[in-house]
Write a protein that binds this ligand. Structure first.
Ligand code: PLP
Length: 384
């Protein structure tokens, strides 16, 4: 909403008529729930990413939880076993680990804000079972090295790709080697629906179990029961406890439309970032968070670092510009503050980072206005 001259951090864009046409089909058929468009969207997503499985869920938070839960079950991890994770993420990432009674070993990040492979190696111990890697802002960081570490140490790899819809690494969608890749289609993410996500397991059996567990543990969903014939249509078993995590056709309908535009939308995001780079490259009081080699980022975020972050944020707000912070070091939150090894790079990043406004409604003039505001604000500040 641009009711005034303010520039917000995020603003989702929808091709409204196309979305409504796709939703209309659900309403006409009378099928708004699991099945129908959710299956179309899963197929479209597999096709787009090249990943072998995709299960549509009501959020990435649910996807991360199921990824941890089912990998724990498959590999027989014990309560208290460890998952190495990052302090620089949305709390969903780390909550998922705790839901299943595992412990988090926080490792430090590199200059991209993604987990640093050297720190991961330091944290690996006898109880380490998995690494949870977050592609911050769409960046792949040193993901190849992390894959290699997981392979060599025989530990699982989960990619929290909430920011990474459309990111390529060396020309391909990353994650084919990960045990699970989880995408978010929440309202401010690159492929915005309203609230939903995709869980992509490498293992076919885990994909099947994820479908069962996301529908309360029922071994057959209503849609396939409707398709099956005979007098046993009503019959199902509930072999184990599950959750109501599955996605619905209304939001999948929006997702199908958004996916058609994902690559061109991301190309415009990258264009905005090029404008930012031009505007900001000579400001010595700030540092741009670098994009890793070989990464074509989805550019969910455009991040800079400054020494006097809180002051700069306030001054930008006074100029009608509303950036964000991704993220506060999770170990500063009360519930994550106990028994953690220090992650100095993550702490510094957390104290200095600003995510500048980045969305499809922005123009070059908006970027220039932000660049000029930053130049003025920072002219009196210390060099980075
Ligand atoms: C948004 C986000 C999530 C959670 O996504 P939801 O779909 O809102 O549950 C998880 N991890 C990261 C890094 C995110 O940004």
């Amino acid at each position: 909403m641009k009711e005034n001259n303010n520039i917000q951090l995020f603003a989702p864009t929808y091709r409204i008529d196309e979305c409504l046409a796709e939703i209309r089909q659900c309403l006409e058929v009378g099928w708004t729930g699991l099945g129908f468009k959710t299956i179309d969207f899963e197929n479209a997503w597999k096709n787009y990413t090249g990943l072998p499985h995709a299960h549509y869920l009501n959020s990435a938070s649910a996807g991360l939880h199921l990824a941890i839960r089912l990998l724990k079950k498959k590999h027989g991890w014990a309560d208290g076993d460890e998952v190495i994770s990052t302090p620089l993420t949305f709390v969903s990432t780390n909550h998922a680990i705790l839901y299943e009674n595992l412990s988090i070993a926080f490792a430090d990040v590199d200059e991209t804000g993604c987990l640093d492979p050297a720190s991961i190696e330091e944290r690996i111990g006898p109880k380490t079972r998995a690494v949870m890697f977050v592609g911050l802002g769409g960046n792949t960081g040193q993901f190849r090295k992390v894959e290699e570490i997981c392979r060599r140490n025989n530990i699982c790899l989960i990619l929290d790709a909430a920011h990474m819809a459309g990111t390529r690494l060396e020309g391909r969608i990353p994650g084919a080697e990960a045990d699970a890749v989880v995408y978010s289609f929440q309202a401010v993410k690159n492929l915005a629906t309203a609230d939903s996500g995709m869980l992509c397991f490498r293992d076919e059996e885990l994909d099947r179990l994820a479908r069962q567990q996301s529908w309360l543990g029922i071994d057959k969903d209503t849609f396939s029961r409707t398709l099956s014939s005979g007098s046993y249509k009503w019959y199902y078993d509930v072999p184990e406890l599950g959750f109501k995590f599955h996605g619905n056709s209304i939001l999948a309908a929006i997702g199908l439309v958004q996916l058609k535009y994902l690559d061109i939308d991301n190309a415009y995001r990258r264009q905005i970032c090029i404008w930012y780079d031009e505007m900001l490259k000579n400001i010595r009081q700030l540092k741009r968070v670098p994009i890793a080699e070989g990464c074509e980022s989805s550019r969910h975020l455009y991040q800079i670092r400054v020494k006097n972050r809180d002051e700069v944020l306030l001054a930008l707000n006074n100029a009608g510009i509303f950036p964000g912070v991704h993220y506060r070091d999770n170990t500063e939150f009360t519930m994550y503050s106990h028994n953690v090894l220090p992650c100095p790079q993550a702490r510094a990043f957390s104290n200095e980072v600003i995510s500048l406004p980045l969305h499809l409604r922005m123009t070059r003039a908006d970027v220039e206005r932000i660049g000029e505001a930053l130049t003025n604000i920072l002219s009196r500040s210390l060099h980075y």
